[in-house]
Design a protein around this ligand. Structure first.
Ligand code: HEC
Length: 284
């Protein structure tokens, strides 16, 4: 007969092994945590969790465009209605290149124009996070477009994200955080008006994004770097006014948002904004 003390000891060891909390050194939980941070830097991918969604990332936000209607996808790990059956490479391709596994293309309202520069290491983390959240079975209506899906040409992504320095601010603003997606106005054909880079004007969803170039009268040239960084993390402007409209959405985010940016990253974005050309453009 087996000595009961041995059984107890073995059971205790197994219990300890199974219930050991995922430590900070656990590579998977570290990757998922880093992915959640990237997700927050992308404004919590808020278009995928509209107020009426069944839960985080369940999709279904309706975009009425000049040429038809598209809906944000279900990006939960549900195998039937979400991305559960997609490989990591397929999810990454959809995020960065707007390509679906079936060969169809995402409408560029999904900002792959910016997400294309999310580095391999941060993209890997982001996908790990997306696959870690609760799967939700929820079908999104099919899109109906009267024109072929426009394609935006994007370059290859860097291998590793800059961890600090001035490159970090530009990397975040121009990549995951996609500031220009809202703050650079578009021409009639949907392309961005480079002459008004970050200078504000009519934006998505009938919004009116501000001029965030350092122009003194019409931009945010009078804000200090610290004030810009504070705004990104708190939504409070130097005037005391709170962020509103889509800016409030991306700061608040979903499970994470700009509000979760580290002080260093918010400061890096602020420093970068001070380096872009000041453009005179009165938005309001
Ligand atoms: C989803 C669209 C969207 C994205 C993405 C976005 N913004 Fe905004 N932003 C807005 C809108 C709309 C406003 C106007 C509402 C407001 O002032 O609160 C705004 C306002 C601002 C303001 C306030 C300016 C002022 O004069 O009051 C700042 C600063 C700003 N954004 C910076 C940024 C930065 C930096 C990023 C990227 C890290 C960014 N925004 C990304 C939509 C967006």
């Amino acid at each position: 007969m087996t000595d009961p003390r041995v059984v107890m000891t073995v059971a205790a060891v197994i219990l300890t092994l199974c219930s050991a909390p995922a430590s900070a050194a656990d590579p998977t939980s570290e990757l998922v945590a880093r992915g959640k941070y990237v997700f927050g830097a992308a404004g919590g991918c808020a278009c995928h969790t509209p107020p009426e969604a069944l839960g985080l990332n369940a999709g279904g936000m309706k975009f009425e465009l000049l040429f038809g209607v598209v809906y944000s996808g279900n990006i939960t790990p549900d195998p039937e209605t979400g991305i559960g059956r997609w490989t990591d490479a397929q999810v990454t391709n959809a995020i960065r290149r707007g390509e679906r596994p079936d060969g169809s293309r995402l409408f560029p309202i999904h900002p792959y124009e910016y997400f294309a520069t999310i580095a391999d290491d941060e993209a890997r983390a982001l996908v790990a996070y997306l696959k870690s959240v609760r799967p939700i079975r929820s079908s999104v209506p099919a899109r109906s477009l009267r024109i072929p899906t426009p394609t935006i040409r994007v370059g290859p992504a860097p291998k590793e994200a800059p961890r600090g320095g001035p490159e970090r601010g530009e990397y975040l603003a121009g990549g995951a955080a996609h500031c220009a997606d809202c703050h650079t106005p578009r021409r009639f054909n949907g392309s961005q008006d480079a002459a008004k880079f970050l200078a504000g004007g009519p934006g998505p969803e009938g919004s009116l994004p501000a001029n965030i170039t350092p122009h003194l009268e019409t931009g945010i040239g009078r804000w200090t770097e610290a004030q810009i960084a504070r705004f990104l993390r708190t939504g409070v402007k130097p005037s005391g006014q709170e962020a509103f409209s889509l800016m409030r959405v991306v700061i608040k985010g979903t499970s994470a948002g700009y509000k979760d940016l580290t002080e260093a990253d918010a400061a890096a974005i602020a420093r970068y904004l001070k380096t872009v050309p000041a453009i005179e453009n009165r938005v309001r």
